[in-house]
Design a protein around this ligand. Structure first.
Ligand SMILES: [Mn+2]
Length: 329
């Protein structure tokens, strides 16, 4: 049994009312895990609400079938009842990643508990539930619910399947294990439909997002003998295309479909947002170390960080850092 489970049981026993949250720009994994843990907590006789700092991206809106997810705002903050609640932080091991909600909750809530699968945060292993071998937070959540011997509703099965599908890149990233498939199989038996969930996540792009993709590809740079591609996502491209930032972010995976390319780097900035770097690699090229050295996090083949430099400086720095993989000595 994973030691995180004992920590979790103690935490649930110690509190009656909970807030569940996930990282900013929530994805299928964080959202799916939120829906499932709320169902678990309610079935244990607890009170639980889901509150996120950012709205649900359109393509993941199907996960919130019953409209359970509250988007934090100045208007509704007093109705959350923060003083009376303990926090669950899902799919990130850094509490501050939950965004504006974190700044509001600081000093008010009764405690926090992390359920996550990202690298880093080793100092938090002892008192939380962090399992880096897991493909997704949803995979951990499935284990938790099975441990409590609770029935999964079709709604939660669909939510967990969506999270696993998304975080494994459709069952292909390195942490996809035989166990991942066994879990997926069970979720399909309960009511997750692989075709419709895939379609909702991956075949739901707007025309604007296609225009944004064209803008991004027209400025791509090829480095290190064709082994690395640098993509840029700028506020100007977002304004010109009218596409949402999240849809531009997805394009980081495109260069890895080119023969010989083993690394894709995306330098991105939302309108009025900070400059960020995302890195994707194949094989042994570990970008989580680069991310952590810059105050970020992630996995071996997928990681990122926020940059303190301007856009062009960030591009130069990101390229130089990746050079350690490609340059001799
Ligand atoms: Mn995840």
């Amino acid at each position: 049994m994973h030691p995180g489970l004992e920590n979790l049981k103690k935490y649930i026993n110690a509190h009656e009312r909970f807030i569940i949250s996930t990282h900013e720009s929530p994805d299928g994994d964080g959202l799916g895990a939120e829906i499932a843990i709320r169902e678990l907590l309610l079935s244990l006789g607890k009170d639980a609400i889901i509150v996120n700092s950012d709205p649900i991206p359109e393509k993941f809106s199907f996960i919130d079938e019953e409209g359970e997810i509250i988007v934090f705002s100045e208007k509704n903050k007093d109705s959350i009842g923060a003083h009376d609640r303990a926090l669950f932080v899902l799919d990130t091991n850094d509490v501050s990643n939950i965004g504006s909600l974190h700044r509001y909750l600081e000093g008010k809530i009764r405690g926090y508990f992390i359920i996550d699968h990202h690298e880093g945060g080793k100092d938090k292993y002892e008192s939380n539930f962090i399992k880096v071998e897991a493909s997704s937070a949803c995979e951990i959540m499935y284990d938790i619910i099975m441990h409590f011997e609770k029935q999964l509703s079709p709604k939660s099965a669909r939510a967990l399947y969506a999270g696993i599908l998304f975080d494994t890149g459709s069952f292909r990233y390195p942490k996809t294990s035989p166990k991942t498939f066994r879990i997926a199989s069970h979720l399909v038996e309960i009511g997750a439909d692989p075709f419709s969930i895939y379609e909702k996540i991956y075949e739901n792009n707007s025309l604007a997002s296609f225009e944004l993709r064209a803008l991004m590809l027209s400025t791509m740079e090829i480095h290190y003998g064709g082994r690395l591609v640098l993509l840029k996502l700028t506020p100007e491209m977002l304004k010109k295309s009218g596409a949402p930032f999240e849809e531009g972010e997805m394009n980081i995976n495109l260069p890895l479909t080119i023969k010989g390319v083993i690394a894709s780097v995306l330098v991105k900035q939302n309108v009025h947002g900070p400059v960020k770097v995302s890195m994707r690699t194949k094989g042994e090229y570990d970008v989580s170390k680069i991310a952590m050295a810059n105050g970020g996090g992630g996995h071996r083949n997928a990681a990122g960080y926020k940059s303190a430099l301007d856009f062009d400086e960030t591009c130069r720095k990101a390229l130089a850092e990746m050079g350690s993989f490609f340059l001799p000595g």
